[in-house]
Design a protein. Structure first.
Length: 154
């Protein structure tokens, strides 16, 4: 009896370098995911010149800010293009974290103010005075029917 062996996966080799231009960022695919996929798929294309890989990447991405940044200073190598792209992605993450922190801090400030007011007793005192006034008005409205309150008034 022989045990079936798993054969190593065969490398996918694309012979036509023009196929690089068919690697596009998919709908709802994040830019960092596309970068990883592009690197993997581009590795399978044998004999493609560096300039074709660069133009294929720039043709495939959909982030307008990154496209503008790459067009402003055209990268001369894949390494340079990937370093510009990764620095852009880091900047984008930092900017989104800053925005999230800003909105979180305003929420946190509101919560701190509420806690501060509660510690001062403002919240409790407001509730108690309203409740006392309500009870007082209820009893005063019913004084005609309530003999005990009529006796106190007299």
């Amino acid at each position: 009896e022989s045990i079936p062996r798993k054969l190593p996966p065969t490398e996918k080799c694309i012979k036509d370098p023009v196929e690089i231009h068919n690697i596009k960022q998919r709908d709802e695919e994040f830019t960092d995911e596309f970068v990883r996929r592009y690197k993997l798929e581009c590795r399978d294309v044998k004999g493609a010149p560096e300039c074709m890989k660069i133009s294929g990447f720039m043709h495939g991405i959909t982030n307008p800010e990154l496209i503008k940044r790459l067009h402003d200073k055209m990268p001369k190598s894949m390494d340079e293009m990937m370093s510009v792209t990764t620095s852009f992605l880091r900047w984008e993450v930092a900017a989104s974290n800053h925005e999230r922190k800003k909105s979180f801090s305003s929420w946190k400030q509101q919560e701190a103010m509420q806690k501060q007011n509660f510690k001062r007793g403002n919240f409790q005192n407001e509730q108690r005075t309203e409740r006392k006034q309500d009870i007082f008005t209820l009893f005063t409205k019913n004084t005609e029917r309530n003999p005990i309150l009529r006796q106190r008034e007299v």
